[in-house]
Design a binder for this molecule. Structure first.
Ligand code: PNS
Length: 159
C-alpha cells in the first residue's frame, strides 16, 4: 500500500495546491494532506480553518485532511505515510525543497517525490493570494471556488 503525505502551510490553499494533491491521489493508494506549522511563516488562518477550507475543496475519498503540530517525519509516521509529495513551481523552489527532502530523509529515511506544477500555476503562492485579497483584488481564479468568497472576506479583514 502506498500512502502519500502532502504537507504544507496552506494559508490559504490555492488551486495549485489542490492540483498537486489530486495528482498525488492518481499515483498513490491513499493521500493524507497535513496542515503543518512552517516555523518561518506567521499564519493568518488557524489550523482548523485551513483544514476546513481544504476539506471543502477535496471530494476524493482517497484523500484525508488533518492538522499536525510537530515534525513532518513524525506526522508521516503517525499516519503511516511512506512518501512525501511536494509541488515544484520553478527553480526558485528547488533549494529549499531539496534541503527539506534531504533533512527528512536523514531523519527517517522517508522519500520525497516532486511533482512539477502546471505551468499555469507556477506564479501562484498563498502569500500572493493573501496580498491580492487584502487589497480587495479578485482571487476567484487563484483559489478553489468553494472557498473563494471566504478567502476574500477572511483576508480583507486583516487589512
Ligand atoms: O507550504 P510550506 O510552508 O512550504 O510547507 C512547509 C512545511 C510545513 C511542510 C515545513 O515547514 C515543515 O515540514 N514543517 C514541519 C517542521 C519540520 O519537520 N521541519 C523540518 C523539515 S526540514
Amino acid at each position: 500500500m502506498s500512502h502519500a503525505l502532502c504537507p504544507g502551510s496552506f494559508d490559504p490553499p490555492t488551486v495549485g495546491h489542490i492540483e498537486i494533491i489530486e495528482r498525488a491521489a492518481t499515483l498513490f493508494d491513499s493521500v493524507t494532506v497535513a496542515v503543518i506549522r512552517n516555523a518561518t511563516k506567521k499564519a493568518t488562518l488557524t489550523s482548523d480553518e485551513r483544514v476546513e477550507f481544504l476539506k471543502r475543496c477535496i471530494t476524493n475519498d482517497k484523500i484525508n485532511v488533518i492538522s499536525f503540530d510537530g515534525l513532518l517525519v513524525d506526522c508521516a509516521k503517525e499516519v503511516g505515510a511512506n512518501v512525501v509529495v511536494k509541488g515544484l513551481r520553478a527553480v526558485s523552489d528547488f533549494d529549499y525543497e531539496l534541503q527539506m527532502a534531504q533533512a527528512n530523509r536523514q531523519l527517517s529515511h522517508i522519500e520525497t517525490v516532486f511533482l512539477s506544477t502546471n505551468p499555469g500555476h507556477s506564479f501562484l503562492s498563498s502569500s500572493m493570494v493573501r496580498d491580492i485579497a487584502r487589497y480587495g483584488g479578485d482571487v476567484s481564479s487563484l483559489v478553489p471556488a468553494p472557498i473563494a468568497a471566504d478567502v476574500a472576506s477572511r483576508f480583507a479583514l486583516e487589512a
